[in-house]
Write a protein that binds this ligand. Sequence first.
Ligand SMILES: [Fe+2]
Length: 203
Amino acid sequence: MFDWMLPEKHAIALLKKDHDTVKELFEKFEKTDSSAEKEKIITKAVEELKVHAAIEEELFYPAVRNHVGKDLMNEADEEHHVARMLIAELDANAAPDHRFAKFTVLAESVRHHIKEEENETLPKAKELDIDFEALGQQMLDRKKDLKQNGIPADAEHAMVVKANGKGDSPAAASRRGSSFDRKTAKKAVPRNGKTSTKARTGL
Ligand SMILES: [Fe+2]
């Protein structure tokens, strides 16, 4: 079992603290029936997740990537990407009828990511002989900066904005009352792998 008894500013202790904060927010979201309360929790959790992902990607991941290895690290990158897509859709209020479901799936996906980090990535990273407290201090400074000055733009938000509210095909299908249109699907994925504009946009 991994020993979490680490100095307060140890980079891994800071990540663990962030994980506990978001897990608590996910639990509160599940326990409340109030839509207003759910919205408040979404706002807070999304802010926490954006800052957390930024300090991991800018500072922690580059410091440990080679030692942890590309399999785990690439998976972590992809999990961040999926979380960012859902966050971008929540920010854009895409598929408002699916908003709470979208956040529930974000929470499930982040819980899985946290489990993998805490069971595999962080114990492996801790083997490294680096100054984890100095790294932790850099992470704290960057966190403060991000909270004061905002999160840098990302490609996932740009994609969602470009889709102009039409990027969630299962939610759109549920609104139309059909979950699967075989004709459109056939056109959408022809043998050559290229999709038509109509199929891509669903228009
Ligand atoms: Fe992460």
